[in-house]
Design a binder for this molecule. Structure first.
Ligand code: FES
Length: 569
């Protein structure tokens, strides 16, 4: 098969002149354009505004070395980069926009294959979604986790921020100590050090078979990350020569593997939304119920924050993701194909666990319960999610009085009001932080508890919202309630004083208000006027799907393939 890039560079006459001539201003000799060498795009999310990916230009050089070595022709290009801690109002608002950038950039250019350079949370799903909708050979290279921080002699990572925030609120930590902890936490290149969303996504692509073994856990600062980048460069050229596309790898079995591996890792709840969106791009029939069903038998193996005590760096030293996958071999589809031409099982066959305190076994897991509980009931007819490994056992079956915050501003205004009528048995309810309601579904679901509750020494309460929570967050937090309040979901109808039951074992989320009363409340429901009458956010609000469907834009589901329909010049 002639290379796709020859549709650009292989032309004669004026067209070929135009496609080649300007490229030659970078010093590329003519023989690179004659169709011997696959053209490999390096889709780079480098940005100083995405600090987790700030080392990617350096890393891309290692990728290029591998591509050259394997006989390819590397061309690096930038796409929209989403820095989780910088972008307002929330990076999730732009995940789908970035995926459009990636999709159109790949399709419109003279590429035979592409390396997707991902790191900070949304940079992985946006690149995978975009590339899947084009479906030319693609391989994911993650940037790697940070080294764990050290503060006052203790290892720290992003999950500690939530504890520090509570200590700061109750006066146990000063502003000076807070600033000192900042500098200690993010002390090296790379993304968040716990099993937050970034590392969860890196593990997701490895379990899906879209990345090389060890992609998820080699620290960013470790020289072996560059070796991996070099090998990724070699492998993508092989993939192009073999004609292996994302759709060949992203089978139903691959998605099931990713769900089971995520369960064993205690990965982020954001995984659900992103995996559903990716499945929607490749036409794999995946539902929110699959996450609960498939993780039900899987024990929590990884003793890594936020569900445990160690960091992703330690997971690497203990054997990395291959050791986890090998331990799960009795559950997984081991014959699922991966991008290096070997099956998932073959890739991990010789992996060993070097530290059973970090990677438990199926017989002796870190915790017996893992995964995601999908809760349904009259408060969440399409589902809501809770991460049992990060929740408090004594709250897993709980009935309490609702204390309602109508939106995030209402929460911020009233949460620390000494007159707020709340006690530790209450259920905190936050509305209008879903995909449409915020808009963008921010990570505010693990609301910091009211100061008066923290002052009592209480650190967890049942919290319910239609928003998300940081992958580094924890607590008995019910998230992604669908349908969301902003579209008139039952969450919109909850009032102060209503009783709510959470029963994780029964997978139930129930509002103790009779149907007649709910119908009466629904009749007076007023949709929010979000006030975005132009631009991308207007498009987003009109087309975003609900959380249980992956919160993609409805018209982006599926793919359009690699063919450029109108070919001018
Ligand atoms: Fe980038 Fe956590 S802020 S991974």
């Amino acid at each position: 098969m002639p290379l796709r890039s020859q549709e650009w560079f292989g032309r004669t006459g004026k067209d070929g002149f135009i496609y080649r001539a300007w490229m030659k201003n970078q010093g590329f000799p003519h023989h690179l354009f004659t169709g011997e060498k696959p053209v490999i795009g390096i889709c780079n999310t480098w940005s100083e505004l995405t600090p987790c990916n700030a080392h990617f230009r350096d890393l891309a050089e290692a990728v290029k070395r591998g591509i050259w070595e394997a006989g390819g022709f590397p061309l690096e290009f930038p796409v929209m980069s989403l820095g989780e801690c910088q972008i307002k109002p929330t990076a999730m608002l732009f995940r789908n926009l970035a995926s459009m950038d990636v999709e159109e950039s790949i399709r419109a250019n003279s590429l035979d294959g592409v390396i997707l350079m991902c790191g900070c949370d949304k940079t992985t799903p946006s690149l995978v979604m975009g590339a899947a909708s084009v479906d030319i050979p693609a391989l994911v290279l993650s940037g790697g986790p940070m080294l764990a921080g050290r503060y006052k002699g203790k290892k720290i990572g992003t999950s500690d921020l939530w504890r520090f925030a509570e200590d700061f609120k109750t006066g146990q930590m000063s502003q000076e100590e807070f600033v000192a902890a900042e500098a200690c936490m993010a002390r090296s290149i790379g993304h968040c050090a716990p099993m937050g969303t970034a590392s969860t996504m890196a593990a997701m692509v490895e379990a899906l078979g879209l990345a090389l073994p060890d992609n998820a856990t080699i620290p960013a600062a470790d020289s072996r990350r560059k070796v991996l980048a070099h090998m990724a460069g070699i492998e993508i050229v092989n993939l192009v020569r073999k004609g292996v596309k994302p759709s060949d790898i992203l089978t139903r079995q691959a998605f099931e593997n990713a769900i089971m591996v995520n369960a064993a890792l205690g990965g982020s709840t954001n995984f659900i939304i992103h995996l559903l969106a990716i499945a929607g791009r490749v036409g794999v029939d995946l539902t929110i119920d699959d996450f609960d069903k498939l993780s039900a038998q899987i024990p929590l193996l990884a003793n890594v924050q936020p569900s445990g005590e160690h960091f992703v760096e330690d997971l690497f030293y203990a054997g990395g993701l291959p050791a986890v996958i090998r331990e799960l071999r009795g559950f997984l589809h081991n014959d699922a194909m991966t991008i290096n031409g070997k099956t998932l099982g073959e890739n991990c066959a010789s992996a060993e666990c070097y530290d059973p305190d970090v990677i438990g076994s199926v017989e002796k897991p870190f915790k017996p319960e893992s995964g995601i509980a999908v809760l349904k009931g009259n408060l969440s007819p399409y589902g809501a999610v809770l991460k049992p490994s990060a929740a408090s056992p004594h709250l897993m079956q709980h009935t309490g009085r609702a204390v309602v915050f109508e939106n995030i501003d209402d929460y911020k205004t009233r949460v620390d009001d000494p007159d707020l009528d709340i006690d530790p048995s209450c259920v905190m309810v936050l509305k209008n932080v879903g995909p449409r309601g915020y808009p963008g579904m921010p990570e505010v679901g693990n609301m910091t508890l009211p100061k008066k509750i923290l002052d009592q020494g209480v650190h967890d309460m049942v919290r319910i919202s239609d928003g998300r929570m940081s992958g580094t967050g924890f607590g008995t937090v019910v998230l992604h309630v669908s349908p969301e309040a902003a579209v008139g979901g039952p969450l919109a109808l909850v009032q102060n004083g209503d009783l709510i039951t959470l029963d994780v074992e029964q997978r139930l989320l129930h509002l103790h208000v009779d149907e007649e009363e709910l119908a009466r409340r629904l009749a007076s429901f007023q949709p929010l006027n979000l006030g975005y009458d132009r631009g991308y956010v207007n498009l987003y609000i009109r087309h975003v799907t609900q959380a249980h469907e992956g919160a993609d834009l409805d018209f982006l589901r599926g793919g359009s393939g690699p063919v450029v329909r109108r070919d001018s010049h």
